[in-house]
Design a protein around this ligand. Structure first.
Ligand code: ZN
Length: 706
């Protein structure tokens, strides 16, 4: 196909319609077109979504029913190009769901959810479509396409194949039946946890509040009031209640009770018990992947992750595990000594861990978080982000003229992003900084448009969203160290979008154990010398943060890593054991969990972060099943890549390392195999040494040092 034909074909596929619905209309205006956030009308959402899904399905049908033999152009390229109106509506949908939610929106969302799910199965289960994808894939194995085309074909083919598209009719039927059964079990699993979280509440009287901070006591009084227990204090069965209670309460017997209740969720032998559900889920998952010829669920799941197979993930966990256990021993000894010095006359138990750890922390590393905050002004931190992006990515951020780009709320600010040297326009960066009613909690990054160049270069529209407290007018906004780190983290995701250099939309897709790495890495620039000197300035005196305070913050970050790493790894290891063991040999999950942990030498003073009956990551859906290790995986890459900077002549601002960082770890997104990309950046595979140093663990000995 000639370039001209390609263009014409693309135009036909996407823009033959003039839409009257504003949510479907092409984006006009400056910067390659921007979303019409000023024209958002909730009444238009449902009709827009329905029309856009219908249009996309028509395009897919046309591709599937093409009489000509399947080619990259008439099948893969056509799929990549289809569905643009839907992409546009989803942008608005995302704003309503995350930034501007309302009861009216949630009603529409409930109606649309099953329609969206039907729409996507109509694509993933389209047999004619898959036949054509497979034909292109098979041919490309013999006659390779250009590298980026080959990668797109491979990713699309694998996605369909992993969802059973290769099965014969009978197996497909069974596959669908298994999925249906599983989706019910997943819902039951999470509802049972929820039931136990809601049904168990510990009510305290005024004499039982020893050690608890005022803010916690107030929240507990309110929680009791909401449950018609005026004058009492409710400790609910949730992490946000349990964790501070165990950290501060001086009432040891109550701590034990709260601990036991929390870690018995969905494990009480009643109708909300999840143990049987675990067995059913594991059997069905195993049967499903067996239909496709895999030995176990983990092998199927990990094939397109960076880890690639369960062995690699297990090797990493096993390498860190002994050091974590050794550290727990030290932590327990520290705590026991402190308890003995107080004549507490106890042996440290799991319900004592948080309480005594907090005492040790105060003793060894006390940090005044209010003092730290004085150096973290939101406006300065925003400038620090731009400075970092300028040094590493050669980007320039300039505020756009007020009113020139539509925004969905007056708090949202927009910057133009250009290349410092060539002045070329990269795109726009939107920041929605403050919390408000209808905005989801936490912080996140998203794109309204991603970079591709298969139909001409697109500019990127990236956004960051936080929940900082809006200061009174004239006041500066001060944030905590954690929040400042998160601000850098989310900006790392935005830079990953802004620096993308990929041809096709599919090459933008994320890899679960890899996509948190780029963002985690960016957090490291917050505590670099240049950022501290220029931007971490005291709100009253203008002085930069003193070196002793920086050192204190860094030292405190290794505190209690024995506990944190062990409770996490115990869950991650169990996740992998469940999915690599023949489900018929698992028997009762209670026994399996107990014996597996015993074999691992799990310390008595710690419990899994998520015990099996309430391990929702793994059993109330498939997102993190055999994927819980992914947090550690990304941490290894982060620590190792940060050391590449730390050890370079220019440190964290070394131009050569920065160049490689952008070229191999940011710009390619999923156009390059992540493991291969990392090797190109580092000259070797990542190893765990840097992570061990970060956590204050001993680095394993080497037979030889290169
Ligand atoms: Zn993230």
């Amino acid at each position: 196909m000639s370039a001209q034909e390609k263009n014409q074909h693309a135009t036909e596929m996407t823009e033959k319609q003039n839409f009257s619905n504003p949510l479907l209309q092409k984006w006009n205006g400056p910067y390659g077109g921007v979303p019409a956030f000023n024209k958002m009308d909730l009444q238009q959402l449902k009709p827009a979504m329905e029309e856009a899904m219908k249009l996309h399905l028509e395009q897919i049908e046309a591709i599937a029913n093409n009489k000509k033999p399947a080619t990259f152009e008439n099948t893969i390229l056509a799929m990549e190009s289809a569905g643009k109106p839907l992409d546009r509506v989803f942008t608005y949908y995302g704003i309503w769901s995350s930034n501007l939610s309302s009861p009216e929106f949630r009603e529409i969302q409930q109606v649309l959810a099953p329609e969206i799910s039907d729409y996507s199965s109509k694509i993933s289960q389209n047999e004619k479509l898959f036949k054509r994808i497979k034909a292109v894939y098979d041919k490309s194995k013999k006659e390779p396409l250009e590298a980026d085309q080959q990668r797109v074909v491979q990713l699309i083919y694998e996605n369909f194949a992993m969802e059973g598209a290769n099965l014969d009719a009978k197996a497909k039927e069974r596959y669908a039946a298994i999925n249906k059964e599983l989706s019910k079990l997943y819902t039951d699993f999470s509802n049972n946890i929820l039931a136990d979280e809601e049904n168990y509440v510990e009510y305290l009287n005024e004499d039982q509040l020893g050690g608890l901070p005022d803010s916690f006591v107030k929240a507990a009084a309110k929680a009791a009031q909401d449950r018609d227990h005026d004058g009492e204090y409710a400790i609910t069965n949730s992490r946000s209640s349990m964790d501070p209670f165990l950290t501060y309460s001086t009432e040891r017997e109550l701590r034990e009770k709260v601990w036991k209740t929390y870690y018995s969720r969905a494990d009480n032998g009643d109708k909300y018990d999840n143990n049987e559900n675990i067995v059913k889920i594991l059997k069905l998952r195993d049967e499903r992947v067996e239909l496709m010829g895999y030995d176990n669920f983990a092998e199927w799941r990990l094939q397109n992750r960076m880890a690639k197979n369960p062995e690699n993930a297990m090797n990493l966990m096993n390498a860190v595990w002994p050091a974590a256990l050794a550290r727990v021993e030290e932590e327990v000894a520290d705590m026991q000594a402190l308890a003995d010095a107080e004549d507490a006359n106890i042996t440290i138990k799991p319900w004592d861990y948080r309480y005594y750890a907090e005492k040790v922390r105060k003793d060894k590393y006390d940090l005044d978080s209010d003092e730290v905050k004085q150096y973290l002004q939101l406006d300065n931190l925003t400038q620090a982000l731009f400075f970092t992006a300028g040094e590493l990515f050669n980007f320039d951020f300039t505020p756009v003229e007020e009113g020139s780009v539509p925004v969905f709320h007056p708090d949202v600010k927009v910057w133009e992003v250009t290349d410092k040297t060539s002045k070329k326009l990269i795109g726009l960066w939107y920041l929605d900084p403050y919390g408000r009613k209808g905005k989801r909690s936490g912080a996140w990054a998203t794109t309204y448009r991603s970079y591709t160049n298969y139909e001409g270069e697109e500019t990127v529209l990236a956004s960051n969203n936080s929940n900082f407290v809006k200061p009174a007018s004239g006041e500066v906004s001060l944030v905590s160290w954690d929040d400042a780190e998160t601000f850098f983290h989310e900006f790392g995701h935005a830079l990953h979008f802004l620096s993308a250099d990929v041809k096709y939309p599919t090459l933008q897709s994320g890899v679960r154990d890899y996509t948190e790495f780029q963002s985690q890495l960016l957090e490291r620039w917050l505590s670099t010398d240049k950022v501290i000197e220029k931007f971490l300035l005291n709100a009253k005196t203008g002085e930069p943060m003193p070196a002793e305070l920086v050192a204190k913050i860094k030292k405190a970050s290794t505190f209690n890593q024995g506990f944190a790493t062990t409770e996490f790894l115990a869950s991650a290891l169990m996740d992998m054991k469940y999915h690599t063991t023949d489900p018929d040999k698992i028997g009762d999950p209670r026994t399996f969990e107990k014996e597996t942990l015993k074999d691992l030498n799990m310390p008595e003073e710690i419990v899994m972060r998520h015990r099996s009956p309430h391990f929702g990551h793994v059993f109330s859906g498939e997102g993190y099943a055999t994927g819980y290790y992914g947090y550690l995986w990304a941490d290894v890459l982060t620590a190792d890549a940060a050391e590449a900077f730390a050890n370079a002549p220019g440190g964290f601002y070394d131009k050569e390392v920065a160049h490689k960082l952008v070229k191999f770890l940011f710009a390619p997104r999923n156009a390059m195999d992540p493991a291969e990309a990392y090797k190109k950046f580092r000259g070797r595979d990542a190893n765990i040494d840097a992570l061990m140093r970060d956590r204050g663990f001993p680095v394993p000995a080497k037979e030889e040092n290169k």
